[in-house]
Design a protein around this ligand. Sequence first.
Ligand code: 2CP
Length: 711
Amino acid sequence: MTSKTVADWQALAEKELKASPDKLVWNTPEGIPVKPIYTAEDLEGMEHLESLPGFKPFVRGPRATMYAGRPWTIRQYAGFSTAEESNAFYRKALAAGQQGVSVAFDLATHRGYDSDHPRVLGDVGKAGVAIDSVEDMKILFNGIPLQDISVSMTMNGAVIPILANFIVTGEEQGVSRDQLSGTIQNDILKEFMVRNTYIYPPEPSMRIIADIIAYTAKEMPRFNSISISGYHMQEAGATLTQELAFTLADGREYVRAALARGLNVDEFAGRLSFFFAIGMNFFMEAAKLRAARLLWSRIMEEFEPKKPGSLMLRTHCQTSGVSLQEQDPYNNVIRTAYEALSAVLGGTQSLHTNALDEAIALPTEFSARIARNTQLILQHETGVTKVVDPLAGSYYVESLTKELADKAWALIEEVEALGGMTKAVADGLPKRLIEEAATRRQARVDRGEEIIVGVNKYRLENEEPIDILDIDNTAVRNSQIKRLEQLRRQRDPKRVEETLAVLNKVAQTGEGNLLEAAVEAARARASVGEISDAMRSVFGDHSAVPEVVSDIYGSAYEDDPEYQTLTGRLSEFAKATGIKPKMLVAKLGQDGHDRGAKVIASAFGDIGFQVVAGPLFQTPEEAASLAVSEKVQVVGMSSLAAGHKTLAPQLIEALKAKGAQDVIVVVGGVIPRQDYQFLLASGVAAVFGPGTNVLDAARAILDLMEGRRRN
Ligand code: 2CP
């Protein structure tokens, strides 16, 4: 037994360092000062320490035996091009050790458009599978027994037609609703905050959620009615406390919506599930999941449930997409493995591990195998499944658990003071805080304060491009159109019309259940677009006004000479031309991922550009009109959903047609190197792929503008 005290350690550390050990304190983006040492003193008075797994507040896990009894579910998120191809991919993955299915839909489907809609030319079959009707869904799950394999569907906008199609697919496979197991994402609040695949305004969107919770509580006892997601918040730049707080506050709001619908809390609370991102802050991410369970049981106690399961937070996790890098991409395997271990040590119920190429494209069969095997190796070779919550009692992890919980709780209270999450979202607070955090992080990375191996340090001189999957969206679109035509020929039009009229009436009157009505329409073979439109005509479309934060990026660079040179050059340019350089940041197609666009708009604004932040979901034609009316010199098109090869050339053509061929078009975002030549040949002046330093991009654009001026 040592008789040494913390003060003794301080003295020894000071001698070793020849400075105070306080200088080793790491201030994380969450504002948590991480000390170089934690001791028993840090645990004093901590209430949750004595709890056991399977019992409230569930810090140590929702099940008593956790992975010793049953390991987490290996559930890889996938889907691309047609239902046939995605089905073949799922079946192979299941045969190779995957344990659950998780469907990625294309953006046209997300936003409730059939594949033949003119607004979705660049989106069909990209970034997910195209589903237009029950017929597609039946192909998607062909040979996958829906009574045995649980299916997660990431769907929020067009959640009613997709869930209706799933139910009918089950029926036609001979699997009744009460046997279907799985999860629907169905989390609209975070869509308004960060993910942007909404269709309707907040109020009817919340009604949709309540209707789904009510329907599944009654009819689908094995089905998780919602996956309340923080993942996308972290992807959009949120700190871990923001992710934790806003996700749990969203959850509380959904509980309130279901209660307002007349449900009893114990009827539905046990089937609410969660979804978090797991980034590179190894111990803090594991602590985050422990803190999430602690706080959720605290929140749920307010509603006085009788069943212990109603207090239990069960979650899916996905390793972080933003931590993946285009540069030296095999490093991503290593990143993902650490993140996966962190999720497992935190006690996740199911897990997706990203593939090494996911920073630039959909996974290939090769990269998907490595990603899956990352989990299989954890489950079978490392022994981590044998002991429940092995980090319990760690001075550091227990302290982090408490600090994260306390900080997140303070933010949850702030949201409460605003009147709950729906009001906070309408007010814009969460979005603003997340965008500020994202911009701060970009500055840290650009300045090299946060090291990313292979990107801002240890960068390779020559990058060998890796093989990636390319989807021919025109071919997918054509085959979807053919199937839609066949569907429309073969169905009974009168039945379609009648069922859609009923759905429309349920939407209008507020009486009845939207999902129940949509199931009838799906049985009659109404398409995803038609079912969505039957509600769209009543609810309308949501449109967000883009707002951009300022003075975050610039203030991180305050005294930086390089930054001063650049801003100086910009003001020279403005003086010489008589106008401040003006750029439109454009988002085209159904791609709602706007973190990159927002960070660029914000940073460029600070640097000295006049920035027009274009609205989401523009067609190339609409963006060109905006560029002309705003008299911009540059359009920066941000593309993260693989539509760039269709949309960038169309944008250039549209500008030409308006006589605006002088406008410089640059493209940034998730652009594989393989596509650079194609884009440059189409008239794009520069391409900025993942990992681009914002100052470098600004310099390059200014060079282009000066070049044009001289010529
Ligand atoms: C679990 N079980 C056990 C034990 N552990 N039984 C005995 N002993 C144990 N130790 C039981 C559970 O009670 C359950 O049965 C069954 O085993 C399955 O376990 P589970 O823990 O419920 O796992 P799961 O079926 O895989 O469900 C996990 C979730 C679910 C988290 C609850 O919501 C889910 O699968 N979510 C996935 C969401 C997802 O994939 N999202 C993709 C996002 P009972 O059911 O009978 O109780 S895509 C992201 C992209 C980026 C996007 O959004 O854009």
